[in-house]
Every structure is written in C-alpha cells, then in structure tokens.
Design a protein around this ligand. Structure first.
Ligand code: ADP
Ligand code: GN1
Ligand code: MG
Length: 357
C-alpha cells in the first residue's frame, strides 16, 4: 500500500541517494483522522501524513496554523522556556510544506524517534506525566496570539451545535439506523442543562490558545525514561477554553478501557487518575490559571465525555464519513462507551469535584 506515493514523497523530501534506492512505508499510530505513515529511505525517516480533507477542507490553513505554533515553541525552547521536543514540519526540496499527489494533500513531519504513544493510560504516574506535558504546552502558548490561527473547524467544541448536528442526522435518518440507537439518541437530546451550564461558564472565562485534542495518544513518551517527549497533533490548535483540554484528558486518560471497548462494565472513571490529571496539568499553569478556570474543569470533563460521544453517534447515523472505522457499528460502539464513561463521571461528582477546589 502507498508504494507509489512513497516513491513520489521520498523524491520530494530527498530521501533517496540513488535512483534505485529502496524506500519503505508503514502505518504508525492510531489516529482517527489523517493517514499517518513512516517513510524510510537512505536518510532520516520522515512521518508523512495524508491529510483528511473531508475534515480539513483547507489543508494549507491547517499547515500554516501548526507551523505558527511550531515556530513559537522553537523560540521558547531557544530561550529555555520549553523543555519538550517539538513536532516540526519538513520542507520539500522545493521548500514546500504540502504535496499534492493525485488530488490528495500530503505533508512531512520530523519523526520523533525513541518514543511511543499510548491508547490507554497504564497508571497514575503516566497520567501525571502526560497531563503535565499538556500543561507545559498550554503554558508555553500563554503569550501566543491565537487570533493568528485560522479556525480550521469552526465551533469544534460547541456542544449545542454538536447536538443540533445530531438532531439533523436523526431527522434525515439517511441510513435507517436511528432505531438501532434510539436510547443513545434520546439520552443526548436530554442534555440541555449541560449545554446551558457551559454557555454561562464561557462568559466568565478567558479565551486561551488551546490544543483542543489532548487525547492520550496525542503525546509521546520517551521509550527509555518513560517521561514526556512531545505534544503532537497540533491540527486543531485554536483559541478556546482550557476546560476542554482538561476534559479531553479526563475522557481519554481515566478509563482503563480503550475508547471503542464494548466491555462496558469496565468503562469507569479511575479517581486516582483524575486526581493525577489535575495535579499534572495545573502545576505548570499555576501562575496563569484563575480560580474560576480551575473550577470550570468539572464542566469540561462532563462536556468532553458527552460531546465526543455525540460526535461518534452522529457519524454513525450519518454513514461514518468523519472518523475512520475498522468495523461496522464501530462509531456506535465508541458512542456507547463514551456515554458509559459520562454516566460514571456524573456518579462520582461529589468525590471528584473537590479535587478542583
Ligand atoms: P491524527 O490526526 O490522525 O490523530 P496524529 O498526528 O495524531 O494523527 O498521528 C497519529 C499517531 O502517529 C500519533 O498518535 C503517534 O502515535 C504517531 N505520530 C504522529 N506523528 C509522529 C511523529 N512526528 N513522530 C512519531 N510518531 C508520530
Ligand atoms: C480525533 O485525530 P485524533 O484521532 O487525535 C478527533 C478528536 C476526537 C478524537 C476521538 C480533528 O482525534 O476531536 O476527540 O478523534 N479529531 C478531529 O478519539 O476531529
Ligand atoms: Mg491524533
């Protein structure tokens, strides 16, 4: 697979010393959006990504956004104000950052070797390390002017609009699937209180430059030391509220099961992991974060567990156009999993909320 593209890309990136040099290409990671592959020729390997233009219709704007963040972090690092490695774009020999191959948009990223990503957090220590990395990333963007960023996905974390989108696909029911998910649909359409709570909160919080996709596999651990190596997947960096970044960590770190697990009895919020996220994330933000912001994290946790479930459910009913799937009903499984997690979060409110005081 992708042999032709591998040859074209390796020429653009100058990875072959001779015409008959061999290149290899293989998939890496478990991202749901782009196609991510490791390309190896005679020289250093390059991560190549076929950008998902259904999700990101203007890939040049996306690359431009990530490169602005990249440059900001490089400056920080030069001044010893950022310790992590930085995910950097690789220019082609013609100094381009996007390559068109048969209508597909490809880009190159420096491979961050000696690293691994996780899909499930193994223990408290790992949660603290990862949350701390996302906290360092957020702190480093504190003086970044987020108005420079193009809104690659407008209203990305707008719960009310996500529920409206669900209503639309339910009304259309193009694939005759609503009956397979009626309980889940009813559950989502009954969440007006959370929508209202979020809208009120937003008026009281500072807008920040956010990562917006702080799931556990969007950071890399060091293979040797098992400490944090890099925050990656900067595609959705846009202005927003830290509560969403906190919430997405809760959503993806706290469950001992993968996001698509159908073993719903095991889908729970691990309280000690929640506590580790608070400590890990807030420590680097100590001098920046407001009290209201820290308290808003509870709403962030609820919103993200529910909202990503709503998005999976919407995509299921819409015919699986957005998230990559590996089996029929995959998005419905993911949605059920997220709603289970959301319900467990609500059950544990009393114990968890105090950790944010
Ligand atoms: P998606 O947008 O589809 O989620 P990501 O940019 O998150 O794509 O990449 C998917 C996975 O590929 C990551 O979770 C990580 O495991 C791996 N990966 C991506 N970029 C790099 C890199 N530069 N170095 C090492 N691994 C990477
Ligand atoms: C997608 O790209 P990836 O796999 O890191 C999605 C996130 C969802 C996540 C659910 C651009 O993240 O918003 O929370 O799947 N990214 C985009 O796992 O929609
Ligand atoms: Mg990703």
């Amino acid at each position: 697979m992708y042999t032709e593209q591998a040859n074209i890309l390796s020429e653009h990136f100058g990875l072959k010393n001779n015409l008959d040099s061999k290149v290899t290409i293989k998939p890496i990671g478990n991202g749901h959006i782009n196609t991510t592959l490791l390309l190896q020729g005679d020289n250093v390997p390059v991560v190549v990504q076929k950008l998902n233009t259904y999700v990101f219709p203007q890939p040049n704007k996306l690359v431009n956004n990530s490169r602005l963040i990249e440059q900001h972090l490089v400056n920080k690092k030069q001044n010893n104000n950022y310790d992590l490695e930085i995910i950097k774009h690789v220019a082609t020999l013609n100094q381009d950052y996007l390559i068109d191959i048969k209508g597909d948009s490809w880009r190159g990223l420096e491979f961050i070797g000696g690293s691994y990503s996780e899909d499930v957090v193994a223990n408290v220590q790992q949660a603290k390390i990862a949350a701390n990395a996302f906290g360092q990333f957020a702190a480093a963007l504190e003086d970044f002017d987020a108005t420079q960023l193009f809104s690659v996905i407008p209203d990305f974390h707008h719960l009310a609009k996500r529920i409206e989108a669900l209503k639309e696909v339910v009304e259309l029911d193009k694939h005759d699937l609503v009956t397979c998910a009626q309980d889940e649909v009813d559950f989502c359409l009954n969440q007006q209180d959370l929508i209202d709570e979020l809208e009120t909160l937003k008026t009281q919080l500072p807008l920040r430059a956010c990562h917006n996709d702080t799931k556990i596999n969007n950071m890399l651990f060091c293979s040797k030391e098992h400490n944090a190596k890099a925050v990656i997947d900067l595609d959705t960096c846009m202005s927003g509220y830290w509560l969403f970044d906190f919430g997405d960590m809760v959503r993806t770190f706290c469950s001992p099961e993968e996001e698509d697990s159908t073993n719903l009895d095991n889908v729970i919020i691990r309280e000690d992991i929640f506590e580790a996220i608070v400590e890990g994330y807030v420590t680097p933000l100590q001098s920046l974060i407001t009290r209201a912001e820290k308290q808003s994290f509870w709403v962030g946790a609820k919103v993200m567990c529910l909202m990503i479930g709503v998005r999976f459910l919407t995509d299921y009913l819409d015919g699986d156009n957005y998230f990559s799937i590996k089996r029929v009903g995959h998005n419905l499984d993911r949605a059920k999993n997220q709603f289970t997690l959301y319900r467990d979060l609500l059950k544990k409110e009393e114990k968890l909320r105090v950790l944010l005081d």
